[in-house]
Design a protein around this ligand. Sequence first.
Ligand SMILES: Cc1ncc(COP(=O)(O)O)c(C=O)c1O
Length: 310
Amino acid sequence: MKFLKSIATIGLLLVCVISAQSQSITLEGTIKDSIGNPLEFANIIAKIKTTSEVETYAITNQNGKYRIDLPKQETYTLVASFLGFDPSEKSITVLETSQDSQLDFTLYPLADQLDDVTIVYEMPVTVKGDTIVYNADSFTNGNERKLGDVMKKLPGVEINDDGEVTLEEIEKKITSRTKVISITHLSNVTGAILPIKEITELAHSKGIIVVVDGCQGAPHLRLDMQDLDCDFYAISCHKMYGPTGLGILYGKKKWLEELPPYQGGGGMINEVKKDRISYGDLPNKFEAGTMATAQAVSYTHLTLPTNREV
Ligand SMILES: Cc1ncc(COP(=O)(O)O)c(C=O)c1O
């Protein structure tokens, strides 16, 4: 009798597992470059089309193969990407009756990205798409000028004879490929204060994001984020009577909601299943792992000068 009961339990479990599995399909495929080489470590992200929420993601193996599970009754946008290649997007609708299937991607290199940077064989630099990877270990005697050589050719704005960065200079440097303007609020070298509000107005009129280094701006200037209207603003607490290792990143909610987490760890997850993941509400999504608690607590206990509004 006990034996029969066990069989019945196993049977029930199998039914549950089978019915749970049938709620999703397995999608497999290969991500290759334009000449057919498989791309290892390429990313594939499946977003729910209506909400843009990330359903699941995977990384390709050495044969360029990926495998993801997609719950049924949903339409997904699949984005395959790899450093230095143009991402490829495909759409798939998974119906109740859909079966496991196969979807392959071919990615094409972004040949024109940063093409004004010349990389010679000896340089410890790889330029892939918008990303420059510099191997810092290549400095061995301190005399190398390789990074300097690269920097000379990188896009960036010049200061004028008064040590200022003008709006006109920034406007001159904007091209149709400019996606982000990353700029300081108050220079720690010349003391110049940059016209962030005007820079942001100009950038936004061209669909460009503005990221401001406010490490000197925050301690020295009165900030009104609504007025500045920049998209991100970074503050270093040790420049504001605070402890080291602590900072503040202000970001517009729409970007913080749209951006995926840049690292994983404790406290940033809402739910993890074998085939899906959802992240915690803001700001938890970006606060993986144990935070600098001691610094944060000590900062809140510091006595700030009474004549300063924070
Ligand atoms: C404008 C600016 N940005 C960034 C930094 C670096 O900040 P941290 O010391 O927190 O790395 C400094 C430090 O002097 C700074 O003045």
